[in-house]
Design a protein around this ligand. Structure first.
Ligand SMILES: NC(=O)c1ccc[n+]([C@@H]2O[C@H](COP(=O)([O-])OP(=O)(O)OC[C@H]3O[C@@H](n4cnc5c(N)ncnc54)[C@H](OP(=O)(O)O)[C@@H]3O)[C@@H](O)[C@H]2O)c1
Length: 392
């Protein structure tokens, strides 16, 4: 490692969406990083990381990285004693970004094992390394479903949208107690829903915001294919047709539980704000990385209509009655967006007092149609992630 780089930061979750962006930003700012991660059955950890460095165009910074295979659930993170002691001697802070981000109740055991069970190893490591500060990447939704104004204070929530949120709130509590007991400063960074880079659209993950749009594209493709059968001879299927402007008319009623909005921040904002907190955090604190101008689902639907050239989408509020007939497109769309539905019409607002102070009032950009288009064009260009590492 070169002399001009600062002390080492340990980072978990570097192979994921937010963690990889944090890694790139830390490296570009001269930090040296110990990456605690895992291999897959096809690729070793260092190969996974190098592939990401290549994607970010920063392979030349590889010397600032130490890749260490670690198992968060094992004593000493499953790292051999000598190497563990060496790492403890060079690491001055930890950024814990690894998390199982599944929402499904059927994955409860796995989510809890990763997000709660996996804390012991990284916290013990932090203690042995005598670190100055522990940064935990949590979620704005650790605030739970009971709050309408979510302050930057410890969560006392009892009800959550899903097991993921519950596990993140539980983790915040455990980490807070541990850090307090061991006199380690703690920053809890709580982003809302993160999408790609607002300037370039680049992203390595395409869930959350992308899901309804991807679903709509899949449904559109099914009908376009059907309408085009026999050289485009079918004029209409169940009223679905191409209108005079070349838009696909697709009658589709989307039911939301009520009026509300979706709290979106771009990954470039997340990284810049998180870095400011990591660099300037004088004392423990909780930071909501959220927007004060959340996007309504109606706006998202308009963006989608313009971008996908689809008309006929109508938004309903409440639950459809049992005898409401749903057309196949509606049934399909409903099924696609199940996990994200609660986030599409949300009424929670987020306090940003600590965040504004720590980040010099750095705020995410308004989610305009231009940003939406840039992100969706990128997503489609890499086939919603399927060809992300083969296309430049
Ligand atoms: N993306 C968002 O919109 C968003 C919003 C709010 C908060 N967050 C928080 O931000 C953090 C990163 O989220 P993300 O979207 O980047 O998630 P992601 O893309 O799914 O990445 C998750 C990372 O965690 C690692 N991981 C998962 N389970 C693990 C386990 N059992 N043991 C060790 N490592 C494990 C993954 O490693 P492998 O690659 O080896 O699987 C990967 O590096 C999470 O803490 C999440 O709660 C994300």
């Amino acid at each position: 490692m070169s002399d001009n780089i600062k002390s080492a930061k340990a980072l978990t979750g570097a192979t994921g969406f937010l963690g990889s962006h944090l890694m790139a930003s830390l490296l570009s700012n001269g930090y040296s990083i110990v990456i605690l991660g895992r291999s897959t059955k096809d690729e070793r950890l260092h190969e996974r990381i190098f592939r990401l460095l290549h994607w970010f165009g920063i392979e030349s910074l590889v010397n600032q990285i130490t890749c260490v295979e670690a198992d968060l659930t094992k004593d000493n993170l499953g790292i051999e004693d000598e190497e563990y002691s060496r790492l403890c001697s060079i690491v001055d802070s930890v950024i814990h970004c690894a998390s199982d981000t599944s929402f499904a109740e059927s994955k409860r055991e796995k989510v809890m094992a990763a997000n709660i069970g996996g804390l012991k190893g990284i916290l013990e490591f932090s203690k042995h390394a005598n670190i100055d500060i522990f940064h935990y990447i949590s979620t704005a939704y650790a605030a739970g479903t009971g709050e309408t104004y979510c302050r930057e204070v410890p969560s006392i929530a009892k009800t959550f949208t899903n097991v993921y949120e519950e596990s993140k709130a539980g983790a915040e509590k455990i980490i807070s107690l541990f850090c307090e007991k061991n006199s380690i400063k703690l920053s809890i960074i709580r982003p809302s829903i993160v999408y790609g880079d607002s300037r370039t659209g680049r992203s390595i993950k395409f869930n959350a915001l992308y899901f309804p749009v991807h679903s709509m594209q899949s449904i559109k493709d099914i009908y376009l294919k059907d309408l085009n059968i026999n050289g485009g001879k079918k004029a209409s299927i169940h009223g679905i047709h191409i209108d005079k402007d070349g838009y696909l008319f697709l009658p589709l009623k989307i039911y939301l539980h009520g009026k509300g909005s979706i709290n979106l921040i771009p990954v470039d904002y997340f990284v810049n704000a998180a870095l400011k907190i990591i660099e300037n955090c004088p004392k423990s604190g909780i930071f909501n990385l959220t927007t004060n101008s959340p996007t309504t689902f109606e706006t998202l639907a308009e963006y989608n209509e313009q971008f996908m050239k689809v008309r006929g989408v109508v938004i309903g509020y409440g639950k459809p009655s049992d005898n409401t007939l749903r057309n196949p497109a509606e049934e399909l769309f409903d099924r696609f967006i199940v996990p994200y539905r609660p986030y599409l019409a949300d009424n929670r607002r987020f306090d940003r007092t600590n965040t504004d102070l720590a980040t010099d009032n750095l705020n995410p950009p308004e989610f305009t149609y231009e940003i939406f288009k840039t992100c969706m064009e990128y997503a489609i260009g890499v086939n919603w992630g399927a060809s992300i590492f083969t296309i430049k």
